[in-house]
Design a protein around this ligand. Sequence first.
Ligand code: AIR
Length: 177
Amino acid sequence: MEGSGRPLVAVLMGSDSDLPVMREAEQSLALFGIPFVTRITSAHRALRRTVALVERLEADGVEVFVVGAGLAAHLAGVVAGVSTRPVIGVPLEGGSLRGADALYSTVQMPAGVPVATVAIGKAGARNAGILAAEILAVARPELRERLRAFRQELERSVEKKDRDLAAGGAGGGERTA
Ligand code: AIR
């Protein structure tokens, strides 16, 4: 699978102010060589346009939607209402409630229209890209291999941190009282 070509994932967000965080999702998808398209649209400011865009993306072959929004974040729910493809919602920080508003708006979907909701902010956006890869990997063995290698690398990075700690590099190691 190549990083370019027909997009398999659509990364959608409510505003250009969401872009710095949603770049994390793009980076995860790029890491696994998954072709994606990124678009800005809004559930509240451009509802009809959002519906038409999602219908077009689905018709063009998008298999998973990664959707970020902040404040009263209804974009992921609207996308899930339009499409039967899996929707991963990323609640974004911003405003006085620091993402709690977006988390509740995204996660509390009524029965029948699921949104798989990840953590608030950058960690969530990064995980959304990885989760999209895992969904696509169900039917793509080569992508499963990339995910396995990624997990091994994660484990190695933890081992390295532990070794560095033991060597005193991170200001730690064994201590006595
Ligand atoms: N938003 C845009 N339309 C509907 C919603 N909920 C969100 C954006 C962004 C926040 O409102 O996803 O996180 C603030 O947008 P802006 O454009 O004012 O910076």
